[in-house]
Design a protein around this ligand. Structure first.
Ligand code: SAH
Length: 373
């Protein structure tokens, strides 16, 4: 969530700290030579929470960011960098805490299943629906099975515990490299690969999707399955996906979006924003955008064969099934053993169903190809 600073000269863009109910409203530099920025909360409330490295509570109603000084530009970087760090720490902890429980109940794919609309299904059907999601995404993007054209190098951006990477590496006899913010996920993904005899084909590391540890033009298939919703800067995200794609390579983004705005609308309605905020806080989703916004970003990078679709109807049975599995004895026991972040996530699940039902949340696929030259 991004707000604008109205009272400081620089018009600084400020980020809302996850879990904090209000925007920061004023920023002042204190001391010319002192690398300190003072941030005042609009609510005037007591902030007793440590928001992570670089930010600490100085006194009532003040937070100080201790690195950086000088003019507005520098200050913006500092405040946003601290917010990004806090967000990433939250995402890492959320998945460190919850991935084991998810795997116990749902297996190694941490994404929606693809179902026939209005179907009723059992747990084993859900697992095959998750595989079907991968297959349908590949089909939608026209990824070739032809031995001469199939992808050889794949990047799995936001890889979870590596379910997609292992599946794709096997399917295409390809090499896949996965990145995640969660050290627990990276380790588990690697252990599963070793157990399945795939450790020469897949590898996993902790790295940021917005600053990927890969050279330009490295991957024939750039795969992002339900990670885009966590990205605070969609433009940077899409830029990185395009940068690491090889000429002629395919980019597949499957992600949660909000509905497209009509030509007369400038933003979502207040009650819609309120509903999304409840989900943002629980799942660490800092900046929702629409499918049309993604298409515009891809167009701005001159990517080709851009296609998008709303698959919300095909994923409808998913969240009710997740809630049902959480309400079993095994689910409840696992939740209680986990931690507050996981429990908070579980409590937000009904809001996802509400969002889909109201047509506010869309399950989107957006694909394109990087031009050959
Ligand atoms: N694609 C996986 C997991 C989806 S869960 C699957 O389908 O099973 C979302 C994943 O996105 C998590 O692994 C999380 O760590 C990752 N993620 C979120 N923000 C990220 C970032 N900035 N950089 C790298 N990974 C990120």
């Amino acid at each position: 969530m991004v707000g604008s600073c109205s009272s400081c000269k620089s018009g600084t863009t400020l980020q809302r700290a996850p879990g904090h109910p209000t925007f920061i409203s004023r920023v002042q530099i204190i001391g010319r030579n002192e690398p300190v920025v003072q941030v005042l909360s609009s609510a005037g409330s007591d902030w007793t929470k440590d928001f992570g490295t670089g930010i600490r509570i100085r006194k009532r109603r003040y937070i100080t960011a201790v690195s950086g000084s000088g003019g507005g530009r520098r200050m913006r970087t500092t405040v946003n960098a601290a917010a990004t760090e806090t967000l990433q720490k939250g995402i890492a902890e959320f998945y460190d805490e919850s991935s084991g429980i998810w795997e116990n109940i749902w297996g190694d794919h941490m994404h929606h299943g693809f179902y026939e609309p209005d179907s009723s299904v059992s747990l084993s059907d859900h697992r095959s629906a998750q595989i079907r999601m991968i297959e349908e995404a590949l089909r939608f993007a026209s990824v070739s099975d032809d031995p001469m054209q199939k992808p050889g190098q794949i990047v799995d951006v936001g890889c979870g515990i590596g379910g997609s990477s292992r599946y794709l590496a096997r399917k295409y006899e390809a090499r896949s490299q996965g990145i995640t913010l969660s050290p627990v996920q990276a380790q588990r993904a690697q252990a599963l690969a070793a157990a399945q005899g795939l450790d020469d084909k897949v590898s996993f590391q902790v790295a940021d999707a917005l600053n990927q540890p890969f050279q330009d033009g490295q991957f024939d298939l750039v795969w992002s399955m339900e990670s885009g919703e966590h990205m605070p800067d969609k433009s940077k995200f899409v830029n990185e996906l395009a940068r690491v794609a090889a000429p002629g390579g395919t980019i597949i983004i499957v992600t949660w979006c909000h509905r497209n705005l009509s030509p007369t609308e400038e933003s979502l309605r207040p009650e819609e924003k309120e509903l999304l905020n409840k989900i943002c806080d629980a799942f660490y989703l800092p900046a929702w955008c629409s499918t049309a916004d993604y298409v515009k970003l891809l167009e701005s990078l001159s990517l080709q064969d851009i296609k998008a679709a709303d698959w919300s109807a095909y994923v409808a049975p998913f969240w009710p099934a997740v809630i049902k599995s959480a309400l079993t004895w095994k689910g409840i026991a696992s939740l209680l053993r986990s931690g507050w972040k996981t429990i908070k996530g579980a409590l937000a699940m009904p809001f996802m169903i509400e969002g889909y039902k109201k047509g506010l949340i869309k399950f989107a696929i957006i694909t394109c190809r990087k031009p050959v030259s």
